[in-house]
Design a protein around this ligand. Structure first.
Ligand code: ATP
Length: 356
């Protein structure tokens, strides 16, 4: 298993800058995800790691080896694509064996390796089936087996679950995670699906327009977003523009033109963010940050709309001309109706301050 170091890498296509000044260290054995909206540069970065594109600037290392311009087939990587790229008229075994044949292993070794990896991906009895006789989920597991059978130093997965329906996507994502942790292979996963990224990854890199917006564990990315893009791209949040009224001891008081006053803790300032009285600042409050009844930062407002989701009741509350979404875990059903008054509060530690 190898670590991946990306050192000041940019990639341009003509005038388009796909990836800009990327610095990244992926640890050996890590499950690392590139997450971001379409066109943010995820696939371009993955392709540079695979060797399909060379960077316009910067270096890429696998451990200490400079692979910046090494050909793909010299990198010992396994790759799985969204469309699987399998040979439809060949059997499962023939597809899995493909990389081993190219590497000129003897027949006995190929059979042993193929059988072992087929068991690992739970396709034991399917060795002689043709690809076009398999379901989408099974095909994806063949693609995974084919990538893993060569014992790659690094496994690259480019939106591998996009073609599966929701239920199968969830099952397959658990399978991929199980196989990855059994083998301990360094894995880089590309997705625009934040739930998938959160559920599978050791760490996530969130990208926008070719630039890194944040790198961190799922918990860090969710609970301590560095900026508005990350706060809104991952999960849901109430994002408000406020003004700093005072900073005393470790407490920041913010207000807005609608007369809202909220207090939070200085430890929840985004990294590197420094503020003074009068500064404009953004605050992020997750819907689940609200608690019932009065307390710190009491919110008393009119319920505009109620959503009952089963697990929770979502209240859209009008508070001094600002609409907030609050999620309260349901123990039964919603007691209130639209038009009713509601009183909730937001504990100080649940308010995050963002500068950009
Ligand atoms: P998606 O999820 O849609 O695949 P992505 O985040 O993977 O998006 P990239 O495919 O890396 O994004 O593309 C990043 C930017 O670079 C886009 O603006 C894209 O149009 C551009 N780009 C990517 N590949 C090329 C290419 N071969 N030639 C020209 N422009 C390209």
């Amino acid at each position: 298993m190898k670590a991946v170091h990306i050192n000041d890498v940019s990639k341009k296509f003509g005038d388009v800058v796909s990836v800009k000044d990327l610095e990244l260290d992926i640890k050996s054995g890590e499950f690392f995800t590139f997450l971001g909206p379409s066109g943010c540069g995820k696939t371009t970065t993955l392709r540079m790691i695979a060797g399909f594109y060379y960077p316009s600037k910067g270096k890429i290392y696998f451990d200490n080896q400079d692979v910046t311009t090494l050909q793909p087939n010299k990198r010992n990587i396994g790759m799985v694509f969204q469309n699987y790229a399998l040979f439809p008229h060949m059997t499962v075994n023939e597809n899995i064996a493909f990389g081993l044949e190219i590497r000129k292993y003897d027949k006995k070794t190929i059979k042993e390796k193929v059988d072992r990896i087929r068991e690992l991906v739970h396709l034991g009895p399917y060795g002689t089936r043709k690809i076009n006789e398999l379901s989408g989920g099974q095909q994806q597991r063949v693609a995974l087996a084919r990538a893993l059978v060569i014992e790659p130093d690094i496994l690259l997965l480019d939106e591998p679950l996009s073609n599966l329906d929701a239920k199968l996507r969830e099952e397959t994502r658990i399978e991929i995670k199980r196989i990855q942790s059994e083998l301990g292979v360094t894995t880089i996963y590309v997705t625009h699906d934040q739930t998938e990224a959160m559920a599978m990854s050791d760490r996530i890199m969130v990208m926008e327009h070719g630039v890194v917006k944040q790198i961190g564990t799922p918990q860090e990315i969710y609970h301590r977003p560095n900026n508005r893009f990350v706060a809104t791209f991952i999960g849901e949040t109430n994002l408000l523009t406020m003004k700093v009224q005072s900073i005393e001891d470790n407490i920041i008081t913010v207000t807005n033109d609608n007369g809202l006053v909220l207090q939070g803790l200085t430890e929840n300032l985004a990294p590197g963010l420094q503020v003074s009285n009068g500064d404009e600042i953004f605050i992020s409050i997750r819907p689940e940050a609200f608690e019932s009844g009065p307390g710190e930062n009491t919110v008393t407002g009119i319920v505009e709309l109620i959503e009952f989701t089963g697990v929770s009741v979502n209240y859209f509350i009008k508070w001094n001309d600002t609409t907030l979404k609050a999620m309260i875990i349901s123990r039964g059903t919603a007691i209130l109706q639209a038009g009713d008054m509601i009183e909730l509060h937001i504990p100080k530690q649940n308010i995050y301050f963002l500068g950009e």
